[in-house]
Design a protein around this ligand. Sequence first.
Ligand SMILES: NC(=O)c1ccc[n+]([C@@H]2O[C@H](COP(=O)([O-])OP(=O)(O)OC[C@H]3O[C@@H](n4cnc5c(N)ncnc54)[C@H](OP(=O)(O)O)[C@@H]3O)[C@@H](O)[C@H]2O)c1
Length: 263
Amino acid sequence: MVITSMENAFSLKGKNAIITGGNKGIGYGISLAFAQQGANIAIMARDESTGKKVVDELTEKYGGKYLFYKLDISSMENCKTAVEKAIGDFGNIDILVNNAGIGPTGNVLDMDENMTDWFKCIDIDLNGAVRMTYHVGKHMRDFGKGGRIINISSNAGEVCSKSVNMAAYCTAKAAMNMFTKGMACELARFGIRVNAIAPGFTYSNLLADMPDFALEGLKKSIPVGRLGQPIEIGALATYLASDASDNMTGAVLTIDGGHSLAI
Ligand SMILES: NC(=O)c1ccc[n+]([C@@H]2O[C@H](COP(=O)([O-])OP(=O)(O)OC[C@H]3O[C@@H](n4cnc5c(N)ncnc54)[C@H](OP(=O)(O)O)[C@@H]3O)[C@@H](O)[C@H]2O)c1
């Protein structure tokens, strides 16, 4: 809906959202932000115990409907089943956040001869979002009430780092950015907006193994002098999921404290 005032412009009240990887890290920040803005949420990931914990927390604190679905985004069949179950439980899906992903580093030429790590990264970080968009996009188109698809990309889809080699990840995220634009064109006539968020370093499990001295060094290389917080990605995702962004589609919004300006 086109807004005419800022009153409730960011509200997600009554909207039904699927958030892949909504149980941890950035996805958890998005789950929290959406719940605080009134959305009902289907969290989809592999780890049932953290998923159920987040569902219990949201149910206790906020007034919406929250359910967990076990999903491995590397399986087309799994994606189909989880989406069908969520549609059955919620009636329809208004918002899809393709957040689940991995962040592998390493040299391409040091991979095994089957290039297992390369294909795994592309299969999860790119094709996982493609599979989910296929199933949820079809539902949104056929249900006829439009929708919002938000892809969690990375600033690594726009720039490479001098210090860490991660060509597979950069390739997957760059392709995700173009997938976002292509799908934005394909789905605009159905009222479905497709946008991406490109975070820089953000506190999550992906950074859990990084030693303190490395984290400190990292902060110094970021113009604003700090890492992002998952809830800040949640805030931007809320904008993209809400009516406030109704005129935006095919955008890739970088949120990285200026890191990609100075890599
Ligand atoms: N943190 C950063 O600095 C940063 C920067 C730029 C972009 N990103 C992007 O942000 C997204 C979230 O990452 P994060 O930093 O929050 O990492 P994280 O804390 O490791 O969370 C990753 C999430 O993805 C889910 N996941 C992983 N593989 C999956 C699979 N095969 N099927 C279903 N779910 C799967 C995990 O849940 P389960 O383990 O339960 O399956 C988890 O919820 C990723 O797309 C990542 O590329 C992160």
